[in-house]
Design a protein around this ligand. Structure first.
Ligand SMILES: [Zn+2]
Length: 422
């Protein structure tokens, strides 16, 4: 062989492996009728073809999923993966270490991936920036987990929902680095977050349920403070998510141009109308956690009472948004519910009147739109990353089928492959 040709051949990248998945049905995330039967061709990390029948080229690997239903990998828009779920967040900075948060984070990320969630927006951790390290370790293949967008160090006011110093004023909590009061400190907190690797900013616009600070219905950050966060984040080309339960905080967040209204518990008709006029702001409810908070052995009674007061309003707010036809994000708020149980949120929403097909579209295509990642995740279409999951039963007939994920592929790599029933 000519030496030059030999050198060129040696330097040419190997053609990516061709994998064909075959299942009885595909629910592709776009909301139309399922494709049955279904085949999906994956080359390297991308989907390259979808049809009822595809030719199997010589040397291709075939993954037979039998009677199972294929779906896009799920997206969870609100998780807190880093940290030991058994520790109340207000104790984390005085009773745990960043190492504990990271090791449990790796465990929680694996559990989440194996439940079919291939992308998460992580809303931050008590030990600042452990989520940045977790995101990067997953991306480098050091630990299995969903691909992450992370908040780094969530931003709270003094005495607010994210103030981790719930002790006597004489007790110092040196790990507390997330407090900012007034527009100037908020601008600094935004810059510090982006400097240290956060993908977006999370602010606590109102009080929280799992907190001893300001009540969840109360606005915590002023309109001016929220606007300062959004304005500075925009300079970096990035966005701000707001934890918001009370209606004044929800409306102030929408007015400030916040990206997502997380929880959105007291959402009223006026707030729904404001969101309709401003399609760059989204409502991301977290409903099922009402049940896990009520049953929790570690949540104090005072916080259970906060949750009970908010419970009915949350479900009503969701139904209001549903009737209005708002695009609704889907999220777990794990570990407030155990990691890996996003399907419980899906079932809760179906119980409130959302058709299973719409719930699946929320967890896939709509969540991808909210992330601004419609070009890469959320549906099973050629050109997208090969994030594919399979469940044994038909989730359009019974959404609880989503609780038993038997196959998980992320970017073309198989992480879970149980043998399905034929
Ligand atoms: Zn949360």
């Amino acid at each position: 062989m000519n030496v030059l040709i030999a050198v060129l051949l040696a330097a040419a990248p190997a053609a990516p492996e061709v994998v064909l998945l075959r299942a009885s049905r595909l629910v592709d995330g776009r909301g139309g009728p399922p494709l049955a039967p279904a085949m999906v061709r994956v080359e390297g990390e991308r989907i390259t073809a979808v049809a009822s029948r595809l030719e199997v080229p010589p040397g291709a690997r075939v993954i037979e999923l039998g009677a199972a239903t294929l779906l896009p990998g799920l997206i969870d828009l609100h998780t807190h993966l880093a940290g030991n779920p058994a520790v109340h967040w207000e104790d984390a900075l005085v009773k745990t270490t960043p190492a504990q948060a990271a090791l449990w984070g790796a465990r929680n990320a694996r559990v989440t991936l194996m439940s079919g969630v291939t992308t998460c927006r992580d809303m931050g951790t008590e030990w600042p920036y452990v989520d940045v390290e977790l995101r990067d370790a997953i991306a480098a293949g050091a630990v299995p987990g969903p691909r992450l967008l992370v908040a780094g160090s969530y931003v709270s006011s003094t005495g607010g929902a994210g103030d981790p110093r719930q002790f006597s004023i004489y007790v110092d909590v040196p790990g507390a680095r997330n407090l900012a009061d007034g527009p100037e400190e908020i601008v600094k907190a935004v810059r510090t977050n982006f400097k240290h690797g956060a993908d977006f900013i999370k602010v606590l616009a109102t009080g929280a349920i799992l907190s001893k600070g300001i009540a969840p219905g109360q606005q915590q950050y002023s309109d001016e403070e929220l606007l300062a966060a959004v304005t500075e984040a925009r300079r970096w080309g990035r966005r701000v998510a707001a934890h918001a339960h009370g209606i004044e905080g929800i409306k102030a967040s929408i007015r400030a141009g916040i990206w997502t209204i997380d929880h959105g518990s007291m959402l009223d008709d006026e707030a729904v109308a404001m969101l309709k006029r401003q399609p760059s702001s989204y409502y991301v409810p977290t409903l099922y956690i009402t049940n896990t908070i009520a049953a929790s052995a570690t949540v104090p009674d005072s916080e259970k009472a906060r949750s009970r007061q908010m419970a009915a309003a949350k479900d009503t707010a969701f139904q209001r948004a549903l009737r209005a036809g708002l695009p609704i994000g889907l999220a777990s708020d794990a570990p407030v519910m155990p990691h890996g149980e996003l399907a419980k949120e899906m079932a809760h929403r179906v119980g409130l009147g959302e058709p299973p097909s719409s719930t699946i579209v929320s967890a896939t295509r709509v969540n991808a739109e909210i992330l601004g990642w419609s070009d890469r995740v959320g549906t099973v279409e050629p050109g997208k990353w090969a994030d594919l999951i399979a469940v044994a039963q038909d989730p359009l007939a019974d959404i609880r089928a989503m609780e038993a994920v038997l196959f998980v592929m992320k970017a073309g790599v198989v992480y879970k492959a149980a043998t399905p029933e034929r």
